[in-house]
Design a protein around this ligand. Structure first.
Ligand SMILES: [Zn+2]
Ligand SMILES: [Zn+2]
Length: 311
């Protein structure tokens, strides 16, 4: 009996020691973050550093370094002159990798935006911003996203009055415009138009160039040309900072965050499981640690959302 206890105690203490050893091998929890004073490469040419750098430096005490020397438009533009070949996240990864290579750093960050219709009604112009954080030393990637309404719009017309109205509705001149003669894919293009005089000049130029008398005007969606989008990038950076600051309770790795939403919140009237979220699963991006947290505040779903009560 005594031998048995000795053995289990030995095994238990051995197990605890090995867990602790693993823990200290990978990450330590001293200081603000494991990225304190670490240099991070940020490749961008559209002034995204203005919103990304202050957010991450403040939250993580790291030193985000603005890397230049590569034309990121080569990976795709919003004006269709160069089409993006990869998915949004893959394009962000590619930029981060190029920035890391150019700077020789093992930490990199990059962002990539996309535009389309909103996922709820399909009627509003929508912007999704993705940010990726790549840490080669610890073999970690952390991705954050922010989405919201955008001012994405275009007009094909020969009327200055219509263009004037379009510009006002698009938030011009704070939000820049792009002008082309004839059609949306014409290669003659003026980007970054940022004041009324320049817009009028562009109108006259496009009108003279145009064979069909039409002028194509659209919103300039590059980050420095679009404060609405810039704000979304800032929100994505804040989300990323939160994710990186959240460390795994088991191994201390950064990026401990929601990996799954569990539905099935019971209906308040009949108790049937609904499609409403009842819990979130938090997971580590490095070890297998997972914790399910029931959502506080809502224990039952509104019967209006129940397929049995409200089919
Ligand atoms: Zn019900
Ligand atoms: Zn972990």
């Amino acid at each position: 009996m005594r031998e048995y206890f000795k053995l289990t105690f030995f095994h238990l203490s051995h197990l605890i020691k090995s867990v602790l050893r693993k823990k200290s091998m990978q990450f330590t929890s001293s200081g603000i973050s494991i990225y304190e004073n670490k240099e991070v490469a940020l490749l961008t040419q559209h002034a995204k550093e203005k919103v990304i750098v202050p957010v991450l430096n403040l939250a993580l005490a790291c030193r985000v370094k603005h890397v230049t020397g590569y034309d990121t438009d080569r990976l795709g533009t919003f004006t269709r002159d160069i089409l993006r070949q990869d998915t949004q996240i893959e394009a962000a990864r590619q930029k981060a990798r190029i920035g890391m290579k150019l700077s020789g750093l093992s930490l990199g960050i990059a962002s990539e935006g996309s535009f389309g219709a909103d996922p709820f009604t399909g009627m509003l112009p929508w912007n999704v911003e993705m940010l990726t954080w790549i840490d080669d030393k610890h073999d970690i990637e952390i991705v954050a996203m922010s989405q919201g309404e955008s001012n994405l719009a275009h007009i094909l017309t020969n009327s200055w009055e219509e263009i004037e109205l379009f510009a006002q509705q698009a938030g011009f001149p704070e939000h820049y415009l792009v002008v082309r003669p004839e059609s949306e894919n014409d290669t003659r293009i003026l980007k970054g138009i940022s004041d009324w005089d320049a817009l009028k000049e562009a109108f006259v130029w496009a009108h003279n160039e145009s064979q069909n008398n039409l002028i194509f005007v659209e919103t300039d969606m590059r980050a420095h040309a679009n404060p609405k989008r810039m704000q979304n990038i800032r929100l994505a950076a804040e989300e990323l900072a939160k994710k990186i600051s959240s460390t795994c309770p088991a191994c201390n790795a950064p990026g401990y965050w929601i990996v799954e939403h569990l539905t099935g919140l019971p209906c308040q009237a009949c108790g049937t499981a609904t499609h409403e979220i009842r819990a979130e699963v938090y997971g580590c991006c490095k070890c297998m640690h997972r914790v399910t947290l029931e959502r506080s505040g809502s224990t039952y779903a509104n019967p209006g959302l129940c397929e049995y009560c409200n089919p």
